[in-house]
Design a protein around this ligand. Structure first.
Ligand SMILES: NC(=O)c1ccc[n+]([C@@H]2O[C@H](COP(=O)([O-])OP(=O)(O)OC[C@H]3O[C@@H](n4cnc5c(N)ncnc54)[C@H](O)[C@@H]3O)[C@@H](O)[C@H]2O)c1
Length: 270
């Protein structure tokens, strides 16, 4: 542990799985007290317990981020329990694989609420606490879909474009208060969300292999790879960086087209 986040308190949504979980564990190892925010209570409690067993400070708060009152209350509980708030990480997200004409109004609204409105709520209620510090950080998880299109995911792609724009807006409006806001944009990352997406195809492994041929590095990223990018933007290693995006995609959007012949070495775990 290098202690990059000593004396910091982080509120992390989507922390019961995938990138949010990896971020909570990494942040705790770096010395932060972490509030794990999610609707998956069993997983969330287990991860918080693991962090505490390893000597870290963590607490799980069950919270549906699509609803304003619970988000506000989760932030207040975080501040009450750990004595402040320096870092907000918005990692909660869902995907829908459907053509636009098949999407119901409720499905569209729910996805937008999880992926976008949740960031509005957490920033709205977190900002008064963040402003009390000399330096604070908001990191939102976008996607390569913040920049490029993808088939059969109209609501998802729209939401990820919005996450990047909302990140820029937060960055501009609170820069003078010492709050930096950035967007991490992952490519194909091996998490339960990716598996759920792939399972919609008849042969998930073949679909993954086919997708990875389009990636110059030719490998899926790990949740830990993304957590490290989130950490960079949540501390002074990234001093001066605000209103921008950090794409972590194995080279995906650098190339208009690509056919990988052999994969790069796997990335390292935690
Ligand atoms: N996995 C990928 O390939 C990939 C690529 C680009 C972007 N992303 C983005 O990364 C983020 C994290 O995704 P992941 O791949 O780790 O997925 P994941 O499914 O492993 O984790 C997402 C978490 O969000 C939580 N969540 C969903 N709805 C919620 C709600 N209403 N309230 C509170 N929590 C809720 C889930 O319970 C889950 O724990 C998402 O925003 C996703 O869009 C993922």
């Amino acid at each position: 542990m290098s202690g990059r986040l000593q004396n910091q308190v982080a509120w992390i949504s989507g922390a019961a799985s995938g990138m949010g979980e990896a971020t909570a564990c990494l942040f705790a190892r770096e010395g932060a007290a972490v509030a794990l925010i999610d609707i998956q209570a069993e997983n969330g409690r287990r991860i918080a317990e693991q962090i505490r067993t390893g000597g870290g400070r963590a607490s799980f708060i069950e919270c549906d981020v699509t609803r304003e009152a619970p988000v506000r209350s989760s932030i207040e509980q975080t501040v009450e329990q750990f004595g402040g708030l320096q870092i907000l990480v918005n990692c909660a997200g869902i995907v829908q694989v459907k053509l636009l004409h098949e999407v119901t109004e409720e499905e569209w609204d729910y996805l937008m609420a999880v992926n976008v409105k949740s960031i509005f709520f957490s920033a709205k209620h977190g900002i008064a606490h963040l402003r009390q510090n000399r330096r604070s950080y908001v990191v939102n998880v976008g996607s390569i879909g913040s920049f490029i299109g993808q088939s059969s995911t109209p609501a998802y792609i729209t939401s990820k474009g919005a996450v990047l724009q909302l990140s820029r807006s937060i960055a501009l409006d609170y820069a003078a208060d010492g709050v930096r806001c950035n967007c991490v944009c992952p490519g194909i990352t091996d998490t339960p969300l990716l598996r759920e997406h792939l399972n919609k195809s008849p042969d998930p492994e073949a679909t993954l292999e086919q997708r990875l041929r389009r990636v110059p590095m030719g490998i899926p990223l790990t949740p830990h790879d993304i957590a490290k990018a989130i950490l960079y933007l949540s501390c002074e290693d990234s001093a001066g960086v605000t209103g921008t995006s950090l794409v972590v995609d194995g080279g995906y959007i650098a190339a208009a087209e690509w056919e990988t012949t052999h994969p790069a070495p796997r990335t390292e775990g935690p």
